[in-house]
Design a protein around this ligand. Structure first.
Ligand code: PEP
Ligand code: MN
Length: 241
C-alpha cells in the first residue's frame, strides 16, 4: 500500500457518520482520515461544513489514533486547524492564494507540529504554476519533504462529468518535482463508479498515495454525494491491494 492512503468523508457531518469510518480505518490499519470542517462550496446555499461544532468529532478521531487531514481555505481557518492537523490541505481553489501560502510556514502550530501540507492542483493550473505555488510553501518555511502535491482533475468540456483526472501532469510531477505526489480520484472523476478503477491506476503508476471520499451512506452525503463510495466498495479495493 502507498505511503499516503487517505480516506474519509467529503466533510465531517456527525459522530454517527464518522464512527463506522473510524472502525474501517482500524480494521485495515489506515492512518490518515479526511476530517474537513470547513468546505469551499460553489453555491452559498450548499452545506458549508460543520465548522467549530466539529471539533469534538476531530478529537474523537484523534483519540482513536488516526491522523487528521483538514483543509484551510483562509488564514483564519489555518489558525484553527493547524492546532490539530497532521496534514493540512490547501485546496484547488486556493492553490494560488499566495497570501495563504505565505502564511502556512509562519504559523506557530505548523512550526511546532511540522505537519504535511497537501497542495492540490487548481483545475485550470499548469505544471509550472503548481510547482511555483509549492515553492511559495517552501519560501514560507515548509520542508520540501513535507509537501505533497495532489492531482484532482482539470476542467474539461469533452468529458462526461466536466472534469478529467490528469495522470500525465501528475506523473511529470512525480518524476521531476522532487515532491511527493498523490491522486484524488473522487474530485478527479466526480462519479463513484470511476473512483476505484482510477485508484487502481494510482497503484500501477507508483504514486505516493491516494485520497478517496467514502461515506457510510453515500446517498445521504451532505456534499459530493455522487462521488462518494461506500465502505463496502472501499473494502473490496483494499482486499485487492
Ligand atoms: C476537498 O478535497 O475536499 C476539496 C474541496 O477538493 P478540491 O479542492 O480538489 O476541490
Ligand atoms: Mn468533496
Amino acid at each position: 500500500m502507498s505511503e499516503f492512503f487517505i480516506i474519509g468523508p467529503c466533510a465531517l457531518e456527525s459522530m454517527d457518520q464518522v464512527k463506522p469510518l473510524v472502525s474501517l480505518c482500524k480494521r485495515w490499519n489506515l492512518e490518515y482520515f479526511r476530517a474537513h470542517i470547513f468546505k469551499p462550496r460553489t453555491n452559498p446555499f450548499s452545506f458549508q461544513g460543520i465548522g467549530l461544532e466539529g471539533l469534538p468529532i476531530v478529537d474523537y478521531i484523534k483519540s482513536e489514533g488516526l491522523k487528521i487531514v483538514c483543509e484551510a481555505c483562509s488564514i483564519s481557518q489555518l489558525e484553527v486547524i493547524a492546532e490539530f492537523s497532521d496534514v493540512i490541505q490547501i485546496g484547488a481553489r486556493n492553490m494560488q492564494n499566495f497570501e495563504l501560502l505565505k502564511a502556512v510556514g509562519k504559523n506557530k502550530n505548523v512550526i511546532d507540529n511540522d505537519p504535511y501540507i497537501i497542495l492540490k492542483r487548481g483545475f485550470a493550473n499548469t505544471y509550472y504554476e503548481w510547482i511555483s505555488s509549492a515553492k511559495y510553501l517552501e519560501e514560507s518555511g515548509i520542508d520540501p519533504k513535507k509537501i505533497i502535491l495532489c492531482e484532482r482533475g482539470s476542467r474539461n468540456s469533452s468529458s462526461l462529468n466536466g472534469v478529467v483526472l490528469d495522470f500525465a501532469i501528475a506523473f511529470q510531477a512525480l518524476q521531476k518535482s522532487g515532491y511527493k505526489v498523490i491522486i484524488d480520484p473522487s474530485h478527479g472523476t466526480k462519479i463513484s463508479e470511476m473512483v476505484i478503477p482510477m485508484a487502481k491506476a494510482v497503484v500501477a503508476l507508483e504514486f505516493d498515495g491516494v485520497m478517496i471520499e467514502v461515506h457510510p451512506t453515500p446517498e445521504k452525503s451532505l456534499s459530493d454525494r455522487d462521488q462518494a463510495i461506500s465502505i463496502l466498495q472501499l473494502e473490496e479495493y483494499l482486499e485487492l491491494l
